[in-house]
Structures are given as C-alpha cells and as structure tokens.
Write a protein that binds this ligand. Sequence first.
Ligand SMILES: Nc1ncnc2c1ncn2[C@@H]1O[C@H](COP(=O)(O)OP(=O)(O)OP(=O)(O)O)[C@@H](O)[C@H]1O
Ligand SMILES: CC(=O)N[C@H]1[C@@H]2OC[C@@H](O2)[C@@H](O)[C@@H]1O[C@H](C)C(=O)O
Length: 363
Amino acid sequence: MRAIGLMSGTSLDGVDVALLDTDGETIAGFGPTGYRAYSDDERALLRAALKEGAQLTDRTQRTPLLARADALVTRAHAEAVELFLERNGLSRADIGVVGFHGQTVLHRPALGLTVQIGDGEALRQRLGIPVVYDLRQADVAAGGQGAPLVPVFHRALAAAAALPRPLAVINIGGVANVTLIGAGETLLAFDTGPGNALIDDWMGERTGERMDEGGAAAARGRADEALLAWLLVHPFFAKPPPKSLDRNAFAFSIVGNVATEDGAATLTAFTARSIARAADFVREPPVLWIVCGGGAKNPELLRLLAHVTGAEIRTGEDVGWSSDFLEAQAFAYLAVRSLKSLPLTYPSTTGVKEPLTGGVILA
Ligand SMILES: Nc1ncnc2c1ncn2[C@@H]1O[C@H](COP(=O)(O)OP(=O)(O)OP(=O)(O)O)[C@@H](O)[C@H]1O
Ligand SMILES: CC(=O)N[C@H]1[C@@H]2OC[C@@H](O2)[C@@H](O)[C@@H]1O[C@H](C)C(=O)O
C-alpha cells in the first residue's frame, strides 16, 4: 500500500510529509518527502497551545486558544498533503491511507493523558483519503507510556540493512529517544531525555535564533562539568525503561546566567550524555549508534556522542535513511499496521502489558 505519514514534532518547526510503500511489515520502497513550515505567528500560537495544554485534565477539552491551535494543525497538515500531491503528480486515489500524528501539547502517561491536537475527521473530509490518527491513546489507556512509537519502524529499517548488532538508533528531535536492537533482534526503546528543545530555547532566549546552527555556539563554549554531573543524577536517567518525556520536562534555565556559548555547550553535552546513558540498560553496549532527527545536523553533538559512547556514530544518511523524514515515514508505516491490526507498541517499547495495536481509523 502507498501510505503518507505526517509528523509535527516537538520542535514546532513544521509538518513533515513522507510517502512509503509498505504492507505494514516490510518496507517496499521510500517515496518522495515534503515539508510545510509553520510561520512565526503559527509557531507562536503552537507555543501558547503547549503552555495551555499543560493545564489540561481532560484530553477532549479545548479552550478557545487550543481550539484555534487545533484548527491550525489540521489546516497546516491538509495544506502539506495537498502541496505534496501536486508537486509529485500524485492523485488522492493513489494513496491508501494517511497516518496523522498531530501536535503533542501534553504528554503525562502516568496520569493517563497524552494529547495530540489536530482533527482527524476534518482532515479525512478535506483530503478524501482514509486517515489513521490518535496513535498514542490506546497504549496509554492500556497502561503504556504512549511513546516512543517509532521503534517498530526502526526495527523494520534495521532488518532491511546489513548493520552490526547490538545497534542503537537514536532520534534527536525536541526530545531524544532510542531503539536498542540486540543480537537475536531483541528490542528495547525509550525516551533518553532532552534532545534539541533546550538548546533551541536557550538560543532563542539569548540570540533570537531558532537553533544553534551546526552546533557552532556549543563548539566555542565550555560546558559546566559540575552542573552536568548534578543534572545527570536526576531520577529520570536512572529509571529503568519504559519511560517517556514531555517536551517541557526540563527547562533551559537550568544552566543559569552564563555566556551564550557556555550555556549551549552545557546543554549540548547534557543531551549527549543522557543519550549515552541508554547503554546502562542493556547487557552489551551498542557497537554502532545511528543518529536521526534534526540532531544529526549538529556536528558538535555528534562529536560529543562519539566521545561519550566510545562507539561508532553514523547519521541516518550514512546508512541510506532519511534523518529528517524518518518520523513521517514511521507514521505512514504505523498507519498501515493500524489498518491491519498489527501491534504498534510492545512491553519493551512502551511498557504496555501485551503487544498492542492502536490508532483511530477513518476509512
Ligand atoms: N543545521 C542544524 N544545526 C543544528 N541543529 C539543527 C540543525 N538542523 C536541525 N537542527 C535541530 O533539530 C531540530 C529539529 O529536529 P526534528 O525536526 O527532528 O524535531 P521534531 O521532529 O520536531 O521533534 P521530535 O522528534 O521531538 O518530535 C531543530 O529545532 C534544531 O534544534
Ligand atoms: C508524546 C510525544 O509526542 N513524544 C514524541 C517526542 O518527540 C521525540 C520523543 O518525544 C518521542 O517519544 C515522541 O515522538 C516519536 C515520533 C515517537 O513516538 O517515537
């Protein structure tokens, strides 16, 4: 089946679109990708929605601001797909399903709450293509973490490539998550801690820039070793998996009032070291770490990761994957799995008791 996957990640940069040919088990082929950026005004609305989302106690509740953000997310995704189809000469009839993640505004699995805004029904109506959405809820309702969801896709990618085991696939978005694939194809996955979100927020506060482009500021700065040691004793890092993290679980202000470069260096090292801690939870440490997500474009982060893991670090591109569109591809894959009632999550990925399917199907 030809499936389109849509992801709007915690970095709030835009909507990623990817086409995938799959039967929900093996990957038959990667199609084109697309992107629809959020404007500054749209991003400001989403940031406000994240703040307001933090107060939600009912996942269906929409304050006026959240309702506006919800409509924006739906519209941006619809535009992203329409543009994508047009640019690639595809018709709606070519597409079997759209996997729609939405925008997470709150993730508190311990309270049974995971909220992704965006209206699946409105998207299906506008596009006239079957939509699978709300892919985290069934897992959370069954006692799982509801995240990460990409590990089944990482497993499919790794199965199709000749890569050594034990292997780690890391996705460094706003939050970072890891999939550890051992000998015998054992799977263990969890969120490792912050990804780029703290670095982005810090740079935004200090320079008005959206990120530390190329890790340049971090590379010029000096990390605060004492602070790093203290940060890494936070119980989240020692907690055995399953575990997942809300984007705003940590705040950039932890670095204090230091020079921009030094703060960037500390936060970048914090991300690298918390990722490396993932190896604590497996008997044999990974011999190869494949880095995907926006963090793969930060050479300073990659350098630090190589240093702290002592292992080989490669980017998704190095092994023929797409770092930028891997999550969107994953949601295409997950949508097809959902249509076939195949599991999306497992005890070793979200802590759910039994392998579990998920997603709301609007055919
Ligand atoms: N050239 C670059 N140099 C440094 N950092 C970069 C660069 N390009 C992207 N990034 C980082 O990657 C981030 C975007 O990552 P990505 O698109 O994987 O996040 P996301 O999909 O929104 O998040 P998540 O996986 O948490 O849902 C940017 O906000 C920035 O921090
Ligand atoms: C609740 C939520 O949206 N979590 C995101 C976030 O961004 C990265 C990490 O935290 C991961 O847990 C997840 O996204 C990916 C796509 C996942 O579920 O695998």
